[in-house]
Design a protein around this ligand. Structure first.
Ligand code: PEP
Length: 246
């Protein structure tokens, strides 16, 4: 299965910056990994236009669980789809922390995304304190159970999972390959237990200070289906270096 390198721009990307990131991606040539960029909502439609025909995917960074309604400032999954997005990141730790998002809310958003024809990328990951007291697997297991829907209109969950240890996000600290291997194997077994063959095929991304210098090693870990990249996705050169890392 092809690995996916997804860029989470977070709250970065005025028009000129978006153009400078996306331009080189359009001319990247043939890659062995798929590329996805998740700009802020204001740049989605323009990014979709700039990347038309390139094969690079575009996604949102969050969506509301409802299709429409009196929710000032929110964006629904059908709106993202309408703007041309194909994916949406859900349950990122910054949403869980800054907006108090809970597993049941993330589960509802995941169902809304799937109903709108978006592929959800559902983020899970433990804090440093939870890892110190050996609770990393318990925390991630509970997040998977709570955030992923059991099924979707007769089919299994067909989204993507991103393991992002919170202490590694934007800190320059990366999980060791052994820790990534153990957690990805655990996530794979949880997904397989719940979703059978579909769980065996689910992409599990690693996220947390992925850089051109550590990408090859992290992407070679068993059950790592790609990377969710924050800071390094804001420079096309670094993002492409990660996508090409060997
Ligand atoms: C992220 O925000 O999902 C992330 C992994 O950020 P960074 O790569 O900057 O650690």
């Amino acid at each position: 299965m092809r690995q996916l390198i997804a860029g989470n721009w977070k709250m970065h990307g005025l028009t000129a910056e978006a153009e400078s990131i996306v331009g080189p991606l359009r001319h990247a040539g043939v890659l062995e990994r798929d590329l996805l960029v998740c700009p802020p909502a204001t740049q989605i439609a323009a990014t979709v236009r700039m990347l038309a025909g390139s094969g690079v995917g575009v996604g949102g960074q969050d969506c509301h669980a409802a299709t429409h309604g009196a929710h000032t400032g929110d964006i629904s999954a059908p709106m993202l789809r309408d703007a041309g997005a194909q994916y949406v990141i859900l349950g990122h730790s910054e949403r869980r922390q800054d907006h108090g998002e809970t597993d049941p809310q993330i589960r509802a958003k995941t169902q809304a995304a799937q109903a709108a024809g978006l592929r959800p990328i559902v983020c899970v990951g433990e804090t440093d304190a939870e890892r110190q007291v050996d609770r990393a697997f318990a925390v991630v297991g509970a997040q998977l159970l709570g955030s992923l829907p059991d099924s979707f209109t007769g089919g299994a969950f067909d989204g993507i999972v991103a393991y992002e240890p919170i202490w590694a996000i934007g800190t320059g600290r990366t999980a060791t390959e052994a820790d990534v291997a153990a957690m990805h194997l655990f996530i794979r077994s949880e997904l397989t237990r719940r979703f059978g063959a579909a769980g065996q095929a689910t992409l599990i991304l690693y996220g947390g200070s992925v850089r051109p210098t550590n990408a090859a090693a992290l992407l070679a870990v068993p059950h790592v289906g790609g990377a969710l990249v924050g800071g390094a996705s804001l420079k096309a050169e670094d993002f492409l270096a990660i996508a090409r890392a060997k």
